[in-house]
Design a protein. Structure first.
Length: 115
């Protein structure tokens, strides 16, 4: 949605859908081999998504832009993985969660041409 101006304030409309929370939730769960998804992990995901924007400015969006989905998902995954470790449901505890998340992310690379 394009920005909307109302009473002199321009509001940035954020796209609030599952694409902002669930990729990071799944990735964080996989990175630490969580035995289950807990309420705390869901809360960590929601807080991580919400924490990626500054809502103090009038008209600010409430969620990060979908254009930054990969970075948003990585940030969310780290928070989810840490919550799983803290709650004792992680079967793996990487020494560096940020690197483990980056290593686990799929990279869309394709050959230049197929012979």
């Amino acid at each position: 949605m394009p920005p909307v101006t109302y009473q002199g304030v321009t509001y940035q409309i954020g796209q609030a859908n599952n694409a902002l929370l669930y990729p990071g939730l799944g990735l964080g769960t996989i990175v630490v081999g969580a035995s289950k998804v807990t309420d705390g992990m869901l809360l960590a995901a929601a807080e991580a998504v919400a924490g990626q924007v500054d809502v103090s400015a009038p008209g600010a969006p409430l969620v990060p832009p979908v254009a930054n989905l990969r970075a948003s998902s990585a940030t969310t995954a780290v928070a989810v993985a840490q919550a799983a470790i803290d709650e004792g449901v992680a079967t793996q505890k990487p020494a560096n969660l940020v690197q483990a998340v980056q290593d686990a992310m799929w990279q869309p690379t394709y050959p230049d041409s197929v012979s």
